[in-house]
Design a protein around this ligand. Structure first.
Ligand code: KIV
Ligand code: ZN
Length: 519
């Protein structure tokens, strides 16, 4: 029996805004981060890791902005075990009602030798010094021995005991490279809790990556062995194959209360809304068969299953779709909805307008959309706002007009007018399809020398009049950006998405990656 097992609250630490943002091309603007943070707060996430303040001025300001508006969740900032990182995190978190500093240093032999080029004793000393530094800003300090999943148990015990003595209140055990197997990771947590004499003074947390598809399995195994905080992300977003998915961890624990002796305090009915928001903002689509939040997660295709579900829901359903927020996707507004109804619904969706002008512009785009599309769903409203954010980023390129010809037996052709830094230019090209023709036409004048890494189209809602949300991921000299566009015409949405990605390439600021080896 683990030392923490009396504590039946499972703390949910969401790192969508930090580790999630480390997914190549998933970077978010300050406003987008604030919107996601508000949705996480509404879902009653306990801790929101809002970013890595030393990474860039933009990251610092985002953490600060989240710290200013969030009142019911603790806001956390990441810092390497360096004084300058910790001071920057402390500064960004100053406005928070409740703040946490999360500091980390690698502890596995390979990371210490090859990345840090430090001896274990030096690592231990730096960890202790950093935790003490963080305690000057807040009494809520988390320490992570990075790559704990490949670290030596004796050294882990030694460093963790020392940082708890130095003031760390949460000890997070990351499986940084997603190497562990559930029984092994569970054992690791059990051993740490049993062997570290002062383990009872801290909450043990886990942070699992999904390289072998085991992030959720490893996290749950850790919980069964005494971990009482799980670090996770909405839709499992995150570095490489991602992190443990919040919705899967939360629903596994909630659904299997016969197995788990703890539970979260999350409002699970907010899960689908959060998932859609994160997907739309980052441009990372959710696969249809994804557990909990995939479009097919509660769809019963086979006749036998449908028959069973109609007779008794429990025959094939272990959770209720409503409990994770699926029923919330109702039609909310239409062509005749007025400005007040629009504003009220936006408020319910946590969407605030900074000025009357912004509200008026979005309302006018809502009216244009309602002319083309009979029923306007919450997802359409989210996309309208997302589009304002996408295009708000100092646009160098703008789409003025587009004409596409596509006919059986003929080569598709696109011709367009673009605004490039204030000058109007025309462009045209043939292509193997209409979207190909559009992208080629843009390139005839932009000549970006980028490589297209991903092109995806998602219907935002159901019906053939649905808006298509397009994501385009471009790569240039190792830098990856994602662009998004939405429209009832998917060719126009594609043009918007491509141009949005190009704008990000032109304006994007460089950020430091937290796990680079320059500590
Ligand atoms: O994966 C990891 O080890 C991390 C740490 C910074 C906790 O993200
Ligand atoms: Zn991570």
């Amino acid at each position: 029996m683990s030392k923490n097992s009396n504590n039946d609250k499972l703390i949910i630490f969401d790192t969508t805004l930090r580790d999630g943002e480390q997914s190549p091309g998933a970077s978010m603007t300050k406003d987008e981060k604030v919107r996601i943070a508000k949705a996480l707060e509404k879902m009653r996430v306990d801790i929101i890791e809002a970013g890595f303040p030393i990474a860039s001025q933009g990251d610092f300001e985002s953490v600060q902005a989240v710290a200013k508006v969030i009142k019911n969740s603790t806001v956390c900032g990441l810092a390497r075990a360096l004084e300058k990182d910790i001071n920057r995190a402390g500064e960004a978190l100053k406005p928070a009602a409740s703040s946490r500093i999360h500091t980390f240093i690698a502890t596995s032999p390979i990371h210490m030798k090859m990345k840090l080029r430090m001896e274990p004793d030096q690592v231990l000393e730096q960890a202790v010094r950093s935790v003490k530094q963080a305690c000057k800003f807040t009494d809520n300090v988390e320490f992570s021995p990075e790559d704990a999943g490949r670290s030596e148990l004796d050294f882990l015990c030694r460093i963790i005991e020392a940082v708890i003595d130095a003031g760390a209140t949460t000890i997070n055990i990351p499986d940084t490279v997603g190497y562990n197997i559930p029984f092994q990771f569970g054992d690791l947590i059990k051993n740490l809790l049993e062997r570290i004499p002062n383990a009872g003074k801290a909450i043990f947390s886990v942070h699992c990556h999904n390289d072998l598809g085991l992030a959720v399995g490893n996290s749950l195994s850790a919980v069964l062995n005494g971990a009482r905080q799980v670090e996770c992300t909405v839709n499992g977003l995150g570095e490489r194959a991602g992190n443990a998915s919040l919705e899967e961890v939360v629903m596994a624990v909630r659904t299997r209360q016969d197995v788990f002796s703890c539970d979260t305090t999350l409002d699970t009915t907010q899960i689908v809304t959060c998932s859609k928001m994160v997907s739309s903002i980052t441009g990372f689509p959710v696969q249809p068969n994804k557990a909990i939040v995939g479009a097919n997660a509660f769809a019963h295709e086979s006749g036998i299953h449908q028959d069973g579900v109609l007779k008794s829901r429990e025959t094939y359903e272990i959770m209720r779709a409503e409990d994770v927020g699926w029923s919330a996707n109702r039609m909310v507004l239409g062509k005749h909805s007025g400005r007040n109804a629009f504003k009220t619904r936006m408020k319910e969706l946590n969407i605030d307008f900074e000025s009357e002008q912004e509200l008026n512009d979005t309302f006018s785009r809502f009216k244009d959309l309602a002319d083309k599309k009979h029923e306007i769903f919450d997802e359409d409203l989210q996309a309208l706002v997302a589009e304002t954010n996408w295009s708000a980023e100092n646009e160098h390129f703008k789409l003025i007009s587009l004409k596409v010809c596509s006919e059986t037996g003929e080569t598709p052709n696109a011709s367009m007018v673009l605004d490039m830094g204030g000058n109007e230019v025309t462009a045209s090209s043939d292509g193997s399809g209409p979207v190909d023709a559009v992208f080629r036409a843009i390139e005839t004048v932009v000549n970006s020398e980028t490589e297209l890494q991903l092109y995806s189209v998602n219907a935002i809602t159901s019906g053939t009049d649905a808006q298509g949300e397009v994501t385009v991921r471009l790569e240039k000299a190792g830098r990856i950006v994602s662009g998004q566009g939405a429209d009832t015409d998917i060719v126009i949405a594609s043009a918007k998405a491509y141009i949005n990605a190009l704008n990000k390439l032109v304006t994007g600021d460089e950020r430091e990656h937290p796990q680079r080896g320059d500590v």
